[in-house]
Design a protein around this ligand. Structure first.
Ligand SMILES: [Zn+2]
Length: 397
């Protein structure tokens, strides 16, 4: 399946054009394409895909995959889906207790993995995301993600994940590769060879990119794409925004070069979520305690149509008017939200009208990241979503 991710962006763009010429294709034929795609890809994995004869099949598969992603992304209508969602969790460092806000101790990490396994859930192979994202997910899965490519990941977590063949997605910032405390390309290539390992792009500089001019931003991303192509032979279809920060213009640019992008706001992924603003639960020593982890393992998607405003960058500390539009099937009378404006975390002031939730912020935000987390309990369990605004002119603390 790895080959599905290995494509050149120029092919992708010409395929998009071709796709618009073929929009009369029925969903049935697309499903048929998927069937063919999966049969061919299983066959190819079987044959290890090294024969030159399969190159043509590879191209066909790449075509079908991209065609399907483009079709799904641009044509599906949002609707209230009966689904269990994907819980995406994010780690950084392992056994580096000097950095408690980004570290997890391996004994706790293993407990997290076992909690997920013992609850009967599976880890999602990232190669399946392009397909499964657009479906109603009848079973909950977990997407394990690791950011930054620290050497402590390679030394401590990798041997364990390798032994247990646990699929994961690791996001690499290309400038740091090979520097002290980070993996080098040889190590990245070594883990990438495994079919359950996927490398994502995490920019070149890992700087506070929303403080960059758009030209500087593009230069940074293009540089990382070039370095990916030089070292791995392809750019990833997965991106994660450094510090979970983006603005709308940058998000649009990312959407032209990647298929999925992850932030650092909490929440469960469902088919209605914006595929370039995917939520993840950050796990570290402070937020890695087992009670919290048990709670988040059971969370369900809290589906909505839209969060307004789309722009998540705030300039000059002008408070956004935040609204969330829900589907009529999603009752929100008992919704609870917490937000961190003013002096810090407290219950948000809410107004509900016509199934639209309005959050009236108590005060201005005083931290770089303005966060809002909402939850609701129904007969199936707890549902959760988070939103993060970034205050461009406030320094990180
Ligand atoms: Zn990072």
């Amino acid at each position: 399946m790895k080959i599905l991710l290995i494509f050149d962006n120029s092919i992708w763009f010409s395929l998009r054009k071709l796709k618009t010429m073929l929009t009369s294709s029925s969903k049935f034929s697309l499903q048929l394409s998927w069937l063919i795609l999966y049969s061919l890809s299983s066959l190819m994995i079987f044959k290890k895909m090294f024969s030159p004869a399969v190159s043509i099949i590879k191209l066909v598969i790449i075509f079908l995959t991209q065609f399907e992603i483009a079709y799904s992304a641009e044509n599906y209508n949002k609707y209230f889906a009966n689904e269990k969602g994907i819980v995406s969790i994010m780690y950084h460092r392992f056994n580096e207790s000097r950095y408690p806000s980004t570290n997890i101790q391996m004994d706790i990490f293993k407990k997290h993995i076992n909690i997920i396994k013992n609850a009967g859930y599976n880890f999602l192979n990232p190669s399946l995301l392009p397909k499964i994202f657009f479906e109603e997910k009848s079973e909950k899965t977990f997407l394990l993600t690791i950011d930054d490519g620290y050497l402590s990941f390679y030394e401590h977590a990798w041997p364990y994940l390798k032994d247990n063949k646990i699929p994961f997605l690791i996001f690499i910032s290309t400038e740091a590769v090979g520097k002290k405390g980070y993996m080098n390309w040889q190590q990245i290539k070594e883990i990438e060879k495994n079919e359950f390992v996927f490398i994502g792009n995490h920019s070149h500089s890992h700087d506070y990119l929303i403080n960059f001019s758009f030209e500087e931003f593009k230069k940074d991303i293009n540089k990382s794409i070039d370095i990916f192509k030089t070292n791995l032979g392809y750019n990833s279809i997965f991106f994660s925004y450094p510090f979970g920060e983006w603005n709308s213009k940058q998000k649009k640019f990312i959407s032209e070069h990647f298929d999925f992008a992850f932030g650092q706001h909490s929440g469960v992924i469902d088919l209605n979520k914006d595929q370039y603003e995917l939520p993840r639960f950050p796990i570290n020593e402070k937020y890695g305690d087992l009670d919290r982890f048990n709670f988040l393992v059971d969370l369900l998607p809290f589906q909505y149509k839209e969060v307004i405003p789309e722009e998540k960058m705030i300039e000059n500390n002008n408070l956004p008017e935040m609204k969330v539009k829900f589907f009529s099937e999603q009752k929100i009378d008992n919704v609870n939200c917490f937000s961190n404006e003013g002096s810090g975390w407290d219950s948000s002031n809410l107004e509900i009208e016509n199934n639209i939730l309005k959050i009236k912020f108590r005060d201005k935000f005083n931290t770089r990241r303005g966060r809002i987390n909402c939850s609701i309990q129904d007969d199936q369990g707890w549902r959760w979503f988070g939103v993060q605004f970034v205050l461009k002119h406030i320094k990180d603390n």
